[in-house]
Design a protein around this ligand. Structure first.
Ligand code: AHM
Ligand code: MG
Length: 334
């Protein structure tokens, strides 16, 4: 079989659909190269002294792992000098990171969760990197947080890398979803799945059940009905999976269907759910929709939400369309 590299795929897309301008192509290639470097660091584990905590906290009050910080540095350094970006933002940095004046500035803005699934780093379970690309607003001067406050529907590209038994890169530029596998010997990304499609129906759900006593009634109802199985109102048995790395859970759903939920709950009404809108929910929502699935916050499409702050959290229901419709219906119809 003829192998198609990420570079070749991007160049052909650019020619065919004119959907990937040269600067965006450079951006994607630089992010992919950074993910390769992160994958290498992840793979070394204890041998590379990358495990354990760094004894620092990020803006969300979460203890940072060494790999959170290493991955953030890798992405920042890789993307600073290429001239394709105006600014970056990350889960691990309180405010945005404008491109330093010594480098040329480009027209894109990059957001990322450098190392998603941090709780899995030290136990050798799949983790990943999530990224989102926005256009800088017309006539933007010195970039500010306000320039990033665009709904997810404005994303021009989104993707994630999953560092699992294989390292994979899943990418959309708004024209379907494609998956690349890292050839570790050659050091190149090879196209291994074109046009990923999420099955519309499923018998598999993903949610952290240990939070069930805190859930709001629509989520309790939805999960209870699935747990009731073939003799309950849904009339079929469901299976459950929860990796606790969003990248791994979403990758499974892209591969064989399912519904992923991280709902808001009664614990802290100022903190609606755990996942962050701009660099977790938005890129995943774009990928899932591009693969024929759906993504809502229980009431509306995630991609329609206009953000008001960089590290804003959002409830997430995404995956097979028929299931997302059911759980969203329970929220909206009461
Ligand atoms: P992180 O970005 O700090 O790693 O947190 C996000 C992760 C998601 O990958 C995952 O879906 C979720 O947190 C798991 O949360 P929990 O530990 O509550 O099950
Ligand atoms: Mg995360």
């Amino acid at each position: 079989m003829k192998r198609v590299s990420l570079t070749q795929y991007l160049v052909e897309e650019q020619r065919k659909n004119n959907s990937i301008p040269a600067e965006l192509r450079l951006l994607i290639e630089v992010v992919a190269r950074a993910c390769k470097t992160i994958s290498h660091a992840v793979g070394k584990g204890a041998l590379g002294d990358v495990l354990g905590t760094a004894n620092t906290e990020n803006i969300q009050g979460e203890v940072q792992k060494k790999l959170d910080i290493i991955s953030n540095e890798i992405l920042l350094e890789a993307n600073e000098w290429g001239g394709h970006l105006a600014a970056m933002a990350s889960e691990e940095m309180e405010s945005i990171h404008p491109i330093p004046n010594r480098y040329p500035k480009g027209e894109y803005m990059l957001l990322f969760d450098p190392l998603d699934g941090s709780s899995n780093i030290d136990v050798n379970v799949s983790i990943g990197t999530i990224f989102s690309v926005l256009k800088a607003p017309e006539g933007m001067g010195e970039p500010s947080e306000a320039d990033f406050m665009q709904p997810g529907s404005e994303q021009v590209a989104a993707g994630y890398a999953v560092y699992g038994p294989q390292t994979m890169l899943v990418l959309t530029t708004g024209n379907g979803v494609n998956c690349f596998t890292l050839d570790r010997e050659m050091g190149s990304w090879v196209l291994t799945q074109r046009n990923m499609q999420i099955p519309e129906t499923t018998k598999e759900f993903a949610i952290n059940m240990s939070n069930s006593r805190h859930w709001y009634p629509p989520v309790t109802r939805y999960v209870d009905e699935m747990l009731a199985g073939s003799t309950g109102p849904r009339g079929k048995d469901f299976n459950m999976r929860w990796v606790a790395s969003m990248v791994a859970d979403v990758h499974r759903i892209l591969s064989r269907g399912g519904v992923f939920m991280y709902p808001a709950d009664t614990r802290d009404t100022a903190m609606p759910g755990k996942l962050r809108l701009m660099y977790e929910a938005n890129p995943m929502a774009m990928i899932v929709e591009q693969a024929g699935g759906a993504a809502t916050d229980g009431k509306q499409r995630i991609l329609d939400i206009v953000p008001h702050k960089l590290h804003q959290r959002v409830p997430v229901f995404l995956g097979s369309k028929a299931e997302v419709d059911v759980v969203t219906g329970y929220h909206t119809q009461g």
